[in-house]
Design a protein around this ligand. Structure first.
Ligand SMILES: CC(C)(COP(=O)(O)OP(=O)(O)OC[C@H]1O[C@@H](n2cnc3c(N)ncnc32)[C@H](O)[C@@H]1OP(=O)(O)O)[C@@H](O)C(=O)NCCC(=O)NCCS
Length: 180
């Protein structure tokens, strides 16, 4: 069964195989921008999606494609390394460059954190970000994430030479407070 998370401007669901081309293009572009030397071609993007379906169903990790209301694939928001006993997880995310600064990111982070707290019953959600990544830090702050320290090691963040990684956390209690 396919899960759909509905936001104000976008919806989130497992990326569709037919969007493998766009996933490859946008993922490669975004990594290049971030100085990460990892690329994806159409064939590996298809494999990525197939694995994402298996991992989603076994609750190992959750890769959500982000779609506009008219079904354009625009990015990926992921819940990774969920620890169901400690009730913690990490999120990673990107929106393709041409769709940025339209509040799609803010919308997406809300529905993804909502899913992590309400469906996965997480207590804390961590995010790791380069200290020079202003957009990502603004996005986290807009979603009430606070700077913190953790022994959890990021599964996604790569430290570029000359930059540092900061850790942010969103606590269930803070999230619940902002909902009332
Ligand atoms: C981070 C990212 C997902 C934000 O997505 P987005 O759809 O553009 O974000 P939104 O339009 O919802 O804006 C979210 C907040 O970030 C701010 N913002 C967006 N782009 C910005 C930029 N280039 N510089 C500074 N602030 C920026 C917005 O003003 C907004 O803040 P506000 O609520 O205080 O006004 C997007 O910039 C991105 O994919 N970046 C490259 C990948 C990346 O850095 N991933 C995170 C790795 S840790």
């Amino acid at each position: 069964m396919r899960i759909y998370l509905k936001g104000l401007r976008i919806y989130a669901t497992i990326p569709r195989i037919k969007d493998a081309n766009k996933l490859a293009k946008y993922y490669t572009e975004t990594n290049k921008e971030l100085g990460i030397d990892v690329t994806l071609d159409k064939i590996s993007a298809k494999e990525f999606i197939k694995t994402a379906i298996v991992n989603f169903n076994s609750m190992k990790e959750f890769h959500f494609g982000i779609y506009t209301k008219n079904h354009k694939f625009i990015g990926l928001f992921s819940i990774i390394q969920p620890n169901y006993s400690k009730r913690i997880c990490e999120i990673g995310y990107w929106i393709a460059k041409k769709y940025r600064e339209k509040k799609y990111g803010e919308d997406a982070i809300k529905i993804i954190t909502d899913f992590a707290f309400k469906t996965l019953k997480m207590k804390k959600i961590f995010a790791f970000v380069n200290t020079n990544n202003k957009a990502s830090i603004r996005l986290l702050k807009s979603a009430q994430f606070k700077k913190t320290h953790t022994s959890l090691k990021s599964a996604t963040a790569f430290e570029k030479t000359g930059t540092h990684i900061s850790t942010y956390v969103l606590h269930l209690a803070i999230y619940s407070d902002t909902k009332v």
